[in-house]
Design a protein around this ligand. Structure first.
Ligand SMILES: *Cc1c(COP(=O)(O)O)cnc(C)c1O
Length: 384
């Protein structure tokens, strides 16, 4: 056991504590109002997120997973339809497709950004393709301009999975404003994290936004008259109140993440760790990266040993994601060949996510880098 304090993967309490009084005040107002669903905080948050994402419409819902599901429901996706999606993503990007009886068609990723490859999307399009779900992974937009161009040429709607990318942009245009629908998550670890679950849908198209709201509210309009079979997916008023407090400091949180990422890159470069064995994150010059994750690649089959070494030294890390979706037990029935997505498989074997959150300190980052350095000082010798 070590007497040096450990470095956590993230520390939600530390990030939230400066706003404690504001949170309590905002929640107290909701309690006193007696309105726990809908109300001013929900409608104002929708307006604020729409403005932040530079779209006309925003519709709140219960989670990022529901946002994705609602987007596909509103598009009428069902059995026989194909939806193109990366396999190197979180489960919810794919389960929304299979839950509606449609078939996910997996597109491989680019080795540099880990984001879905537009060429792979184009190659996967068939007459049955009814939607494309690019995922803006780790806080960096996929090549959404090209993806929307390809989709537009085939008249296929784009649903952006921007769960990890609120505030990110491509060619200065925000994540969630490119496709027909943008999907956001307020899960506590996301860049705009609530104190529970929450989600938001954005759309530049008023008719689409109206359909999303219809599906999120039991398909009911007017009351007790059901036009379509929707679901019940609402953002609690208390969550909206908390999120409005946090939204005010989101630009500062992104600024902190940007500085932390730049510092990791500088430290790893200056300690001669960056190179063939440890590949630094690639920033697409057209992207404004919001660094939900700082994802490095550890090659040569050393990733898991390094991660164990870090854990033994009190430094947390994570693997997003160890098992690609096409290799998940629940998707075995799709019979996707492992070899058909080589970059996805390689990323799942090599990716390592370092601690990053707005209040991570420079001293903690030094410990992270020193611990990695300690591993390679012994490990590389062993390999030689
Ligand atoms: C977090 C996440 C989701 C799901 O969001 P929840 O709010 O947890 O349901 C979907 N897609 C991606 C890429 C995510 O990271």
């Amino acid at each position: 056991m070590t007497d040096i304090p450990s470095v956590p993967l993230l520390d939600v309490n530390r990030d939230n504590s400066p706003h404690r009084e504001e949170f309590i005040e905002a929640i107290s107002e909701v309690i006193d109002s007696g309105r726990y669903l809908f109300g001013l905080d929900v409608s104002e948050l929708e307006r604020e997120i729409a403005a932040y994402s530079q779209v006309e419409n925003a519709v709140s819902c219960a989670s990022g997973s529901d946002a994705l599901l609602l987007a596909l429901m509103a598009l009428g996706i069902g059995p026989g339809d194909e939806v193109i999606v990366p396999s190197f993503t979180f489960f919810a990007s794919v389960s929304c497709i299979t839950r509606l009886g449609a078939t996910p068609i997996f597109a491989d990723i680019r080795p540099d950004t880990f984001n879905v490859d537009p060429d792979a999307i184009e190659a996967a399009i068939t007459s049955r393709t009814k939607a494309i779900i690019p995922v803006h992974l780790f806080g960096q937009c996929a090549e959404i301009d090209r993806i929307c161009q390809i989709a537009g040429d085939h008249d296929i709607p784009v649903v952006e999975d921007a769960a990890q990318a609120i505030g990110a942009a491509y060619h200065s245009r925000p994540a969630g404003s490119w496709g027909l629908v943008g999907c956001f998550s307020f899960y506590p670890t996301k860049n705009l994290g609530g104190m529970g679950d929450g989600g938001m849908l954005t759309s530049c198209d008023a008719a689409t936004a109206d359909r999303l709201r219809l599906f999120a509210g039991h398909g009911m309009r007017p009351r007790y008259y059901h036009q379509v079979v929707g679901i019940n997916s609402r953002l609690d008023t208390m969550q909206a109140a908390v999120l409005r407090v946090k939204l005010k400091s989101l630009p500062q949180a992104v600024e902190n993440r940007t500085q932390i990422a730049a510092r990791y890159t500088r430290m790893l470069t200056e300690s001669n760790l960056a190179g063939e064995h440890l590949v630094l994150p690639t920033v697409d010059p057209n992207a404004f990266h919001v660094w939900n994750q700082y994802a490095i690649r550890i090659t040569g089959g050393q990733r898991d040993a390094l991660r164990n070494h870090m854990a033994e030294n009190g430094v947390a890390s994570e693997i997003y994601y160890p098992v690609p979706m096409h290799q998940q037990q629940c998707f075995e029935y799709l019979k996707v060949e492992k070899d058909s997505l080589p970059e996805t498989v390689r990323a799942s074997e090599e990716v390592l996510n370092l601690p990053i959150f707005p209040s991570l300190t420079e001293a903690e980052q030094i410990r992270v880098v020193e611990t990695i350095s300690g591993y390679f000082a012994s490990g590389v010798k062993a390999a030689a």
